[in-house]
Every structure is written in C-alpha cells, then in structure tokens.
Design a protein around this ligand. Sequence first.
Ligand code: GLC
Length: 719
Amino acid sequence: MKVYRIHEKITKYRFGNPFPTDGVLVKGDPWEKEGMDYFQVEQGTEIRLTYKMDSKDMVWGLGENQRGMNKRGGIYVSYCSDDPRHTPDKKSLYGAHNFMIVDGRERFGLFIDYPGQVAFDVGFSHTDVIEIIIDGTDADIYIIDGEGLREIVRKFFHIIGEGYAPPKWAFGYQQSRWSYPDAKTIEGVAEAFIDHDIPCDAIYLDIDYMEGFKDFTVSEDRFPDFPRFVEKMREKGFRLVPIIDAGVKIEKGYGVYEEGIQGGYFCTDGEGKPFVAAVWPGKVHFPDFLNPEARRWFGLKYKGLIDWGIEGFWNDMNEPAIFYTERGLKKGIELAKQSENENLDMDSFFALKDAFIHMSNHREDYQSMYHHVDGKQVNHHEVHNLYGYYMTRAAAEGFEEIAPNKRFLLFSRASYIGMHRFGGIWTGDNHSWWEHILLNLKMMPSLNMCGFLYAGADTGGFGGDANAQLLIRWTQFSLFTPLFRNHSAIGGRRQEPFSFDQETTEMIRKAIQFRYALIPYIYSEYMKALLHRDMYMLPLAFAYEDEISRRVENQLLVGDGLMIAPIYEENALGRYVWLPEDMLLWKVDDYRERSYEIKRKGHLYLEVGLHEIPVFIRKNKMLIFGNHGRNTEVLDHRELYVVAFIEDRAQYVYYDDDGLTKDYKKEKYTEIRISIERREEDFEIKIENRENRQVKRIHFEMVDIHGNIAKKTVVLAAQ
Ligand code: GLC
C-alpha cells in the first residue's frame, strides 16, 4: 500500500496498480504513513476493509441505492445493473457510487475508487460492523476528514471536479413516454400542453424514433423531414430529446456499424472478435468507450442529430444492458431440449427456469468481454462500472468539439463517480408505486453527495399504472428536483398531466406552474452549488445537529432557504413534520395567491389537501421567485418576488447567467445580493446589483418571528 497526501484532510491509499478511472482529478504527493486510518485492512485476492461502528453511528451516501438516507442496516453492491424492479431487497441499481460518510463517534468520508464490484455491508451481517469487500487487488481508497457533513462533501467535490451545467431550459418540465413513435403523436402531445396551458420545455424521443433501433438514425417513415420537424417544434416552444443506446446494431451497410468495425472501436471477445450481445435491435456490438479513439468516434456521431437541431440527449442501456448472448441463449435452449418430455424434479426444473430468467445481464457475459486501453486488453467485468460513465463522457467530449461553448442537456442511466462532470442521471425504471416517491426523495441527497446534482426520477413512475393521485403527489415533489421529467413505459397507463380528469389536470398545472415560478430560485441554487462545490438537496442532518433532525428520512432541504415535506402516501391528507426551528409555512396551491403561517419548532401534524404543496422557508432565509411562463424561454424576470422569514437578518445571492453557454466558467454571470435586516419597527433591505440587467423590481414580503408582515417594492437602479 502506498499513501498519498491529496490535501491536508484527504489521504489516498493506493493498493496495487489501479485502473485510472478519472473519478478523482487530484493526484497528490507521496506520503510516509503507517496503516490506514479508521479501517482494518485485509488483503488477499480481494481487499477487505472493516470498521467498528458505535451504536449511534450513521452512514450517509452511496448514491443510487435502496433503503434510507442513513444506509445502516443494509448491503449495497456497486455493480451497475439493468434491473427494472426496484424492490427493497435489491442491492444494485444502475449506478456505482462508492462514496459514503461515517457519522457518529468519528466523522469521515470514504471513497473507494475501484471500477469493478464493491460490496458494502453496512451493519447488515453484524449490527456494528461496516465491511467493505473490493473484488480485486488494485484500488485507490480516499479518506476525507472534516468537522461537518457538508464540509466533507465539499472536500470530496473538490477532488472529483466541477459538476455539469445543463442549459437553463433543462430546468423546465419535460414530458416523455415510451413511446411517442412518430411526428404526429409528438405534435399532438405538444398541442395538448398548449391547449391545457401547462408549461413544458421538452418532449422525448424514445427508441421508436430510430430506424430499427439503430443509433443516430431517424425513421423516415415516422419522421419525414426530421430537421424541419425539430424546427417546427422549436417554434411551438418545445425541444426534442432523443435517446441513444449503448449497443450498435450489427447490420451490413449501416454506417455506424461499418465504421466501428473498420476502426476497431468495439469491445471484443476473448478471441479478439467484436463482442456480440443482443439488445433492442437484436445483435449489437458495444463501443469501447474506455478507448479514447473509440470514444471520440462515438462522441462525434452525435453531430448528425445536432446538425438537425437537437440540443439534448439521454444515454441509455449503458450498464451495458444485455438481453442475451449466444452463450446464454444456447445454454437455455439446450437445457430446454434436454428437458422435453422429461419428468423434471425440483432441481432440474429450477435450473431450466433460471437459465432463462438469468439470461440477461449475466456475469459470464461481462467476463467474456474486453476493452483495449493503451495497448492493453482489460476484462470488462473488472471495469464494468465505468461503461455508462465513459459513454456519457464520449458524448460530452463530442459536444465540446462540435459546439465548444454550448450547453447540452445530457444524462445517463448507468454512472460512476466522476461522471457528474459530463452529465446528469435519471434513476431508471422505477414504478408507479407510492414507495417510489419516498425512494426518490431519499435518493436525491445521496446522489447529490456523489456529485450528481442534475438528477431526477421518472415522475409518475415508469412501470405499472399511475393513478391521478399518485401523479399529483409525485409531481408536487419532483418540481423541486433539477431534472423534472414525467416518463412511463409502453403498455402502461398514459400519465401525461392531462391524461386523467379535469381536476387532476388543474392540480398538476398549478404544480408545474409553480416549478416555473421557482426557476429563479432553483437555477440560482443549482448553479451556486456547482460553483461552490456544494449540494442542492440535503438531508436535514446536514444543517441541523439535533438528534431528531439527524434521523428525519422524509423531509429535505432544497437549496439555501427551503425545507420540503412531501406527501408520499395514498389518500393521505396530511402528515407529520419535524421543524428543527421556527419556519414560515406557505401551502402553495396557486402560487400567485400567497398566505403564510409561522410554525414553531417541534413536531407538527400538517394538513395537506391534494391541491397543496407545503413549502417551509427557514429562519433568516428567503425565497426568490418570478412568474411562470409556457416555457423557460419566455420567462419574464423583470419582476421578482421575495418571501423572507426574518428573526434578525438574512442574506441571499441571486445568481443568473445566459443559461446557454459555458461563459459562466469565465465568471460571466450576474448576481443580485440581497440583505434584509429586522429593525425595531421595520425591515431594512439592501440590494447590491452585479450586472443583472433583467430584473427591474423586486417585491418583498417579509415576516418576522412574531408574525409581523411588511411589504415593500424595490426598484433596481438603472444600469
Ligand atoms: C429502458 C429505459 C427506459 C426506456 C426504455 C426504452 O428501460 O430505462 O427509460 O423508456 O428502455 O428505451
């Protein structure tokens, strides 16, 4: 083991000769140090770390996973998995996010930079032991010390680099469905949004837009004159977001396939021939995204669609998902043939059944696939968790070459730590289950801790059938998540906001309108979090140290000023809320009608009608918002509103930028710094405007701790 000092409080322990994942950007200097802090280490054919927990220790992080925000009590296996049934017993979902914070007797962060399988047993086998098994002998392990939880996360963000900024339109509402298969259907969906006066920025193209599920093709039958169609939709105010799948169809004459073969850009099998697996189009090859040349080749393929006016993509099936390989299929068929006319006993029947049930995403297949990096052959299984990350990196690097200063919408299903620099994630194939609203809520801060700020779930649930109430409640939560997309699977009930009765449409309209009104706040908080290496959605424990706040698993902090307490139970017309301090409650129905109530520190039963969204403004904090519009482009921010809850003083920095370019990286952004101070009989407002030329007026509503309200309008100095 070699030890490196990355930073005063960050130490890297290197075992063997790890594969460079580019998860961490800082190398560090060699350091003389005996043993590893906190953990006992055992090395053999694997690396095993153990830590003895105190009875009250909590464990945060691990990104996209089941169970609570506090991960104690479960086993989690990092191995990117295409599994569409996210039941509580699942140990692996699509992402591999090996960062966690142990919080209790000691407080420290741990990042296991190992791209193969890592298992985290967090007090499952032994209630007071964390046991981590790294499935190999080469890994970098980082330990991050710090006082506060947020401080540890910030340090981690410093070494994994600045996150991805989507364009501002990607903060609008987005509508998806597997599938809107043709131009006519999409136009119909767009018209319905317009007719129902529901704001929307993007409509998705799932696999059926392609010709035979071939990446970078568009079906001419279903989309005659695609570029004109993209343009027409833009004129109506909608952007189209096509899906790109990892597998490239094997088909003579198909350009992407032919180029991939000629360039040697595909992953190979043990004999050096392109590896064959089957996904949507039947047999495919997988681009070798770990190989920089293949990555560049694939990344530049996005240009075709970009030239046709596309500005956003979602990368899918990039665990990579494998329906079957010839090996698995042959095994199954042989077993089936042997079983014909047999009297199968228990073992042989289950063996037969399993041969088909476990045919997809089989370890043996991943173990038979190879990458080629720097002249070396690397077994896929050992670097499995990098595949989706590197596919997304391929796209982002391609965009950088195609349109260097433009921001694209890009998110992926599979991911690994470090991918947040290139794109966001969605949490894959959830279900229209109430439990999945809560899972979504718990996962958001864990994803944030792993760098993934641009994240969200399929609102309304992907699989199964949503009822009106579920969609309303889920929308009322998702409106706070940066990626706000309703998506559902083929065969399931339609769940666009207008697919139910009029009252439902009305409630969802108001929730989506509220999202658009909140964009000044959401965008500002998101971008500041990126630039300051901070989180956007946090557990209460990250701001409040009391024992109750530390255990709250169903409320969240959103940005600097808000706490939310969503409803995630069917037929509930209220819920219990914990208030770690006095807060100002605004039950939002139509956001233009405002009324507030002070809620005192403590436990509270809150009634919440189906049409209501409870929003808590924290003490000495403020919420800034504007008016909604039919999409982000027409938002008019000449007038903004601030609701503040002031005990003595509050400060807020309202951030804005062009929302389209990367100029914010050159500090080309604007800020309005607002401070409010409670004076004897009055509130004093100070405003410092740094170059914002859009905002002309801010209307303030200020409530003090006793419930005194003052309203003021401040006209911003002409510049
Ligand atoms: C996968 C994706 C899902 C998509 C479907 C068809 O299941 O996770 O979002 O709709 O494939 O492309």
